[in-house]
Design a protein around this ligand. Structure first.
Ligand SMILES: Cc1cc2nc3c(=O)[nH]c(=O)nc-3n(C[C@H](O)[C@H](O)[C@H](O)COP(=O)(O)O)c2cc1C
Length: 169
């Protein structure tokens, strides 16, 4: 744990998928389970996909989507774990390829290199999931220890599945 006297810190990475509007469920459940949460959204996700002001109130921290200026302090402590939910086709492929053109993907690339536990719930439809690049990205990231779960379920989106994936050793 990075915060010796405090709670473990969870980064929640939010991508621009329609289901992102429900990410408050994940944040509330993570807090319930003892995590302190900081949200990093892709720039596209900031375009109305989820309630950013409500998320800031809920987490007590700014939602990050751009890199800080060199002189600014780090807004979040280092992560004890990372959840990517919902994860888009675009972000998964860029992450696997190491194209760190957003703070979200840069953070994911770094977390991978640091060996931080990462759980991912993709929101990717069948047509995009059939693309060979996506299948290769999943194989590559799974091979590096990234934990993938099924986000899309008949009842909606299985947000808490991400936290269960982190519980596993
Ligand atoms: C209403 C709406 C819903 C979308 N839902 C998804 C989705 O579930 N999964 C996905 O991969 N892309 C989805 N997209 C497309 C992404 O927003 C688009 O690929 C975007 O570039 C992803 O950026 P990001 O990966 O940086 O968040 C959706 C687009 C719109 C307009």
């Amino acid at each position: 744990m990075t915060e010796l006297a405090g709670k473990p810190f969870l980064y929640v990475v939010v991508c621009a998928a329609g289901v992102a509007s429900g990410v408050g469920t994940l944040i509330a459940e993570a807090q319930e389970r003892g995590w302190e949460v900081g949200v990093i959204a892709t720039p596209a996700a900031m375009n109305g996909y989820f309630d950013a002001p409500g998320t800031e109130s809920r987490t007590g921290r700014p939602v990050r989507s751009a890199w800080r200026s060199p002189a600014d302090p780090r807004p979040f402590p280092p992560p004890d774990a990372v959840v990517v939910a919902p994860a888009t086709f675009n972000t998964v492929n860029k992450w696997a390829a190491g194209i760190a053109d957003t703070l979200a993907v840069g953070t994911l690339c770094e977390a991978l290199g640091l060996g931080v536990p990462i759980a991912v719930l993709p929101s990717v439809g069948e047509a995009l999931a059939a693309h060979p690049a996506y299948q290769e990205s999943l194989t590559r990231l799974r091979g590096l220890g990234v934990r993938f779960g099924e986000g899309r379920v008949p009842e909606g989106f299985a947000w808490t599945r991400a936290l269960e994936l982190l519980d596993r050793p």
